[in-house]
Design a protein around this ligand. Structure first.
Ligand code: DGL
Length: 265
């Protein structure tokens, strides 16, 4: 039979799919529960107190209901604010998602990197610490974009999104003092890798885009090493905390990530 406990992925919306994809590639037999806290979306425009007051408690209730073997919090905003609290209140492993500043500093040649996240993420002391610890010899520019989160959501719903909108988001980083030398962008919101190709297509010069998805997948594989999995995993479940409108295009997008069942929590 194998161990049927799922891995529970969590985000405010569809962003965590960019972490789910590389994890499924490494662990194809893992049962998946993917939770989108769309009732409280978008996280990036909320206060620290609102995020800290909601997410650990919600994860506790989700853990009690779905009994996962491990939780992947695939939301930079929640993790840069409340990762320590989540780990303290949950008695199972919690893998967090924080801006991939370290790998970005490893690849940047110009030593000017950009952190593109939500408004809430880019103002966190957690980002100051990552920059000081891993990119001390780099100029680290930051830009928060709620617009890019919306664009990624729309893209997954199958809606057309204009090139100019992506251009404007990039200009928020490249237009800052020092931005002309920037060569590497940290996609510090899990929504953004879902539209990385759109950003790359409108970039005025080749830029490296870096995110933490592959590293998180390896971490999950490491933490579950030696555990058993069902021979045939059940369909992945997409769980929404608020109303959702599963248009055929949106269902199709979720199905591409192995999510074929829907639930409201
Ligand atoms: N995907 C989330 C992140 O990684 C947050 C997006 C939002 O709700 O603003 O930060």
């Amino acid at each position: 039979m194998g161990d049927r406990r799922p891995i529970l992925f969590f985000d405010s919306g569809v962003g965590g799919l960019s972490v789910l994809a590389p994890t499924r590639a490494l662990l194809p037999r893992a049962p998946i529960v993917y939770v989108a806290d769309n009732a409280f979306f978008p996280y990036g425009l909320k206060s620290e107190a609102e995020i800290a007051g909601r997410v650990p408690a919600l994860l506790g209730r989700l853990a009690a209901h779905y009994r996962p073997r491990l939780i992947v919090n695939a939301c930079n905003t929640a993790c840069t604010i409340a990762l320590a609290t989540m780990r303290a209140v949950l008695d199972l492993p919690v893998v967090g998602t924080v801006p991939a500043i370290r790998p970005a500093a490893q690849v940047s040649r110009t030593r000017v990197i950009g952190v593109l996240g939500t408004d809430a993420t880019v103002r966190q002391p957690y980002v100051d610490r990552l920059s000081a610890d891993y990119a001390a010899d780099c100029v680290v520019l930051r830009h928060g974009s709620a617009r890019l989160v919306e664009l990624a959501e729309a893209h997954l719903r199958g809606e057309a999104t204009p090139d100019d909108a992506y251009r404007e988001v990039l200009a928020g980083l490249l237009g800052q003092p020092g931005g002309t030398s920037l060569d590497t962008i940290v996609l510090a919101c899990t929504h953004f890798p879902l539209v990385a190709d759109r950003l790359a297509a409108v970039a005025p010069r080749p830029l490296a885009f870096v995110d933490g998805g592959a590293g998180i997948a390896r971490r999950v594989a490491h933490l579950t090493e030696g555990q058993s999995w069902p021979d045939a995993p059940p369909p992945g479940i997409a769980v929404f905390t608020g109303p959702f409108d599963p248009t055929p295009a949106f269902r199709g997008s979720l199905a591409r990530f192995g999510l074929d069942a829907f639930e409201q929590f």
